[in-house]
Design a protein around this ligand. Structure first.
Ligand code: GLC
Length: 659
């Protein structure tokens, strides 16, 4: 066969050796299947080699490692169920499947949403009713017993938490979701495993091979040298980045909790292990891997050990592995880092577009809350205008809240650009959302106060932060009366405003379970010994199915939020401008209370206009006319909007998707 794909001379040699090495795992397959694997291997081999080369290329055994890796991929492909192979082809043909305007994500703890994995099957109608096409099942793999950081300390990546079910249940859930047109996402915790994982146990027992999976130091020499430039993720309940393990007589690198041991990715065995795990889960039907805490995967002395270039190389190589063996799968990077660092997770320069498919837009989330508290859109406009452009092949994960806290990722430079002090504004936001600022509508709590930096991150559910909890103080649950109706109405508007922004931004909106019903903070975590030190559980309530039933009772808070959100999601589905590939830009209209985003689609422009205050506003509309939007139609309310006196009249917390 004549091949037209470009491979460098070195890579071509390696490709040919790898191709020959996988003859045996592919032996039993029909010729057409073998051809497809070889074509994909050739197509993505350069990405793989370019990702792995900078990391492991100088090792004498690099070629042998590559051959082992590709044999593993061939075996994964050979074991892939027919239905998933068909999906592979479908997605090869539709590479924008996760970028489409119909994509709507819903995020939940399986245990909190449905008790067990099988329990999820009982709620598929609910997901469909809301309009969900993607679910992030948190967490499913077997975590350590006792404290486990909300499931992010994995004791066995190849098994499901027995309390949730079995690996076959996971497969059944993925299948059932797929039948409904819903993609499934599972966490792949790449930076660390639990101290009770078999690798850690073996290392503790003195096994040299497994000791090499971790960073372990006999004395404080290196840890102290690293600590000089390392920040702390959990300064409050897990200070420092190293933990003394007496059985080993060593300091082990533990960025997060002492029970989460950082994996040593300089060791190619770690890469092979995780590729094996990833392929196994993909073959169970997982569509998207949420690659947890990726920023921390590579350590370099004298740096903060985050966002190192090798992380992007490793992620590029992992993505190439999926493209070769299980191409239906997409990768979502969880890197909660600054804008300048974040864009590299999509790939820049030689890695352009080759790294993750999806990444969380942390700044959008932070700016949403910042704008709501200050009733000022200028900082948001400035920060998002300055955002580095992302490749057109990706999708942002756009969210209002997640299971984690909110850190005020607002730079001093951005604040200064509109005449504010960065520290002052971050302090204001912490005061505001912890409910300490006079007149604040929010009821949140400070998470991880760091006296060294002054940082105070915030926990709290979307509804509680948006004012619903304060507005309903004194009202009984589900009551149509009681509470402060005006305050309730404003809180509902804020919840919908924030979600309209996330749904209209052009990535995948990721709704956090319960926010569609306005679920408030849940203080019961204080009674759970494994949770009480971590107030992120305040906003991880169990699903309240009684409250969910109230969505059918007109006038209840649940009905207002649920149907409001459902309407936004429906509008999203009929707005092709929201395909993630559509170029977009933030406009500076000069109006301090209005945020405007423009999307240029072949069907015509779309201007999304958001009033961030509880006061009506008037926006000079000449720019809309210049864009050709003389008679704009609002996709959200499905009505024409008048520009009577050359101005656009905006109601309190108005949001318009004008086409
Ligand atoms: C991610 C998770 C968070 C967890 C951390 C460590 O940030 O979202 O919940 O604490 O990783 O795994």
């Amino acid at each position: 066969m004549q091949n037209v794909l470009h491979l460098s001379t070195d890579s071509r040699g390696r490709f040919e050796r790898c191709r020959d090495a996988c003859a045996s795992p592919l032996a039993g397959l029909p010729v057409r299947d073998r051809d497809l694997f070889e074509l994909r291997l050739e197509r993505w081999f350069q990405h793989l080699d370019d990702g792995l080369g900078p990391v492991y290329g100088r090792r004498a055994d690099y070629d042998a490692f590559l051959e082992r890796l590709v044999r593993t991929l061939a075996a994964q492909y050979a074991a892939r169920p027919e239905a998933l192979k068909r999906l592979d082809v479908e997605r090869d043909l539709t590479p924008d499947w996760f970028q489409r305007e119909r994509m709507v994500g819903y995020v939940f703890y399986v245990e909190r949403f449905a008790g067990t994995l099988r329990g999820v099957l009982d709620h598929l109608d609910y997901l469909a009713e809301l309009g969900v096409t993607y679910v992030h099942l948190m967490y499913v793999l077997r975590p350590r017993e006792g404290e486990n950081d909300g499931g992010y300390a994995i004791a066995d990546y190849r098994d499901v938490d027995p309390r949730l079910g079995t690996i076959d249940d996971l497969m059944a859930v993925c299948d059932a979701l797929r039948e409904r047109g819903i993609a499934s996402c599972v966490d792949l915790v790449l930076n660390h495993c639990a101290d009770t994982h078999a690798w850690a146990r073996a290392a503790r027992a003195g096994d040299a091979h497994h000791l090499g999976y971790f960073y372990a130091y006999p004395d404080r020499g290196e840890p102290d040298a690293f600590e000089r430039t390392l920040p702390e993720v959990f300064p409050d309940f897990a200070p420092g980045n190293f933990s003394w393990v007496p059985e080993m007589q060593r300091w082990v690198w533990t960025t997060f909790h002492a029970f989460q041991w950082d994996l040593n990715w300089t060791n190619p065995e770690v890469f092979l292990e995780l590729v094996g795990i990833m392929g196994g889960l993909a073959n169970r039907g997982v569509d998207v891997f949420r690659m947890d805490a990726v920023a921390f995967m590579w350590k370099r002395l004298g740096t903060d050990c985050q966002n190192q270039p090798e992380v992007h190389d490793l992620l590029q190589a992992l993505r190439a592995c999926s493209k070769i063996a299980t191409p239906a799968v997409a990768h979502k990077a969880e890197a909660i880092v600054s804008p300048g660092d974040l864009v590299h997770y999509f790939g820049t320069g030689r890695r352009y577009g080759k790294v993750a498919n999806i990444a969380y837009h942390n700044s959008l989330m932070v700016q949403t809350w910042s704008a709501l508290a200050s009733r000022d859109a200028r900082l948001m406009t400035h920060a998002l205008r300055a955002y580095p452009p992302a490749p057109p092949s990706i999708a942002w994960g756009c969210y209002v809240r997640c299971h984690d806290d909110i850190g005020w990722a607002i730079t001093d430079e951005d604040a200064a650009a509109i005449g504010w002090s960065g520290a002052g504004h971050r302090g204001f936001l912490s005061d505001f959302y912890s409910g300490q600022f006079p007149g604040s509508f929010a009821r949140g709590a400070v998470f991880q106060y760091n006296p060294a930096t002054g940082d105070r991150r915030i926990s709290g559910s979307c509804a509680s932060l948006a004012g619903l909890e304060a507005a309903l103080e004194g009202a009984s649950p589900g009551a149509l009366e009681g509470g402060d109706e005006q305050a309730v109405a404003l809180a509902v508007e804020r919840i919908l405003w924030a979600h309209a922004l996330a749904c209209g931004f052009g990535g995948i909106p990721l709704l956090y379970m319960g926010d569609e019903l306005g679920l408030r903070n849940d203080h019961r975590y204080l009674h759970d010994p494994d949770h009480r030190a971590d107030n992120r559980w305040l906003h991880r309530p169990p699903m309240d199915w009684t409250a969910a039933d109230r969505r059918h009772l007109p006038g209840t808070v649940e009905a207002r939020v649920f149907h409001g959100l459902q309407a936004i999601l429906r509008a999203r589905g009929r707005t092709p401008h929201l395909h993630a590939q559509t170029p977009s830009e933030v406009l500076d209209t000069g109006h301090p209370r209005v945020f405007v985003q423009l999307r240029r689609h072949p069907l015509g422009p779309m201007a999304a206009v958001y009033n961030v205050s509880e006061e009506p506003q008037a926006l000079e509309a000449g720019w809309l006319v210049d864009l050709g939007l003389r008679q704009p139609y609002d996709q959200l309310e499905q009505r024409f909007v008048g520009l009577g006196d050359g101005r656009l009249a905006l109601r309190p917390y108005d949001r318009l998707w004008l086409v």
